[in-house]
Design a protein around this ligand. Sequence first.
Ligand SMILES: Cc1cc2nc3c(=O)[nH]c(=O)nc-3n(C[C@H](O)[C@H](O)[C@H](O)COP(=O)(O)O)c2cc1C
Ligand code: SF4
Length: 472
Amino acid sequence: MAYKRVAQLRTADDFREYNAALGIDLPFDEAVDVSALAQPISVYGWEIGNRFCILPMEGWDAAPDGHVTDLVKRRWQHFGQSGAKLIWGGEAVAVRHDGRANPNQLVIREETLDDLRELRALLVSEHAARYTRTDDLLIGLQLTHSGRFSRPNEKKKPEPRIAYHHPILDRRLGIQGDDNLFTDEALYELIQDFIKAAVLAQAAGFDFVDVKHCHGYLGHELLTAVDRPGDFGGSFENRTRFLRLITAGIRQHAPGLHIGVRLSAFDLLPYKPGEDRIGVPEAVNGGYPYAFGGDGSGAGIDLTETKAFLRLLEALDIRLVCLTAGSPYYNPHIQRPALFPPSDGYQPPEDPLVGVARQINAAAQLKRDFPHLVLVGTGYSYLQDWLPNVASYAVRTGMVDSVGLGRMVLSYPELPADVLAGVPLQRKRICRTFSDCTTAPRNGMVSGCYPLDPFYKARDEYHQLSELKHDA
Ligand SMILES: Cc1cc2nc3c(=O)[nH]c(=O)nc-3n(C[C@H](O)[C@H](O)[C@H](O)COP(=O)(O)O)c2cc1C
Ligand code: SF4
């Protein structure tokens, strides 16, 4: 299936006509409204200085004992240099060892506290060196337990901890029996670990913590524990008990620390490579109740429960929400639209712009119903040369409050600063979604932008990666 490359869509008419041919609604400003993107956002008595947000991105490059390394520091320095005034989490940080998504994920505990404090300070000092203010820079830390996708000890050895038996994902991970299943008692213990982690994050100087509820990790999986018995399954109230108890604990033990939630606002069935490696959804008999924000079929979106969740966040006075979708493990094309899939993925079953529009429009629907929440949108990197134009329209017209940037910041950290300065984009640095930043870690290497960042090009892994792609 040949999709047009975004770089080929040179004029506004090209972009508009291609979107129309795809049947998607992706409105944009022909002339970027810099003043709209430079508007501050008020939240919790804070002023976030502009409308760009750096999304969390781990690099599979912390020390085995969870300490910060030079590679982690370099990434956070770039986040500080970007000019974005909202730093959503930096990267996923495990609240304890068994919840690490890989043996090189950061872990937050007493022993790593000084590292995390310095990491945050490094980001702030990089920001201060380039921009006049830092009092309008809001920095959070993303707290996680990787649940079903935990690999704490060996890169290639899944050690899943699940919320419930999933008919497709259990099979993929070879899960049998109940050994991997979190008991209610174990979940109550984990809640305490989240609260302790939040206390440490506050001590390290972070303004907020993100209690992660996305991408198939534990918090997200609990939201679809529809047939789990006990305190954490079945009713919506039970499925959100994890969040409510963590929130109550943070309020009690870390007063003044703000809370955010990164949420997969919708989900679809898991996909797999089909004919010609093009992604196809797994077959299910009857309905599919395990997609949060899904319509029960596994193929469509229904935001009813997503809205109930956002109402709950409002009731808990959690006003910072970062919207994403699906999971990088089982349906990456909806989560991080890309023209070139990672090595363990599948060819895109739709033009990646369709995936971008799906996320942007879902965020706009939610923003209409929740004008008082600060909503960060995701899915913008694939827009490439058109990112500033779509971002400008989305912010100017109130479709979203802040534009989240993931992969683009790995290849071109200063993009937000360039857009805000009104200078043309540096085209050679634009992320073209080659997915090497995902392929590398899936094959045991550190993550980074190997094709476009000279620093990673010069590393040994660059050659390893080239051979791997050549042999594929
Ligand atoms: C290398 C890499 C690491 C990521 N790590 C995280 C993470 O730690 N936490 C998280 O919530 N999302 C993570 N993501 C997802 C991104 O935050 C973002 O949702 C995704 O890349 C789509 O945004 P984009 O199109 O701007 O790249 C990661 C993405 C990439 C490419
Ligand atoms: S490796 Fe670089 S160009 Fe490829 S998707 Fe990642 S950030 Fe983009």
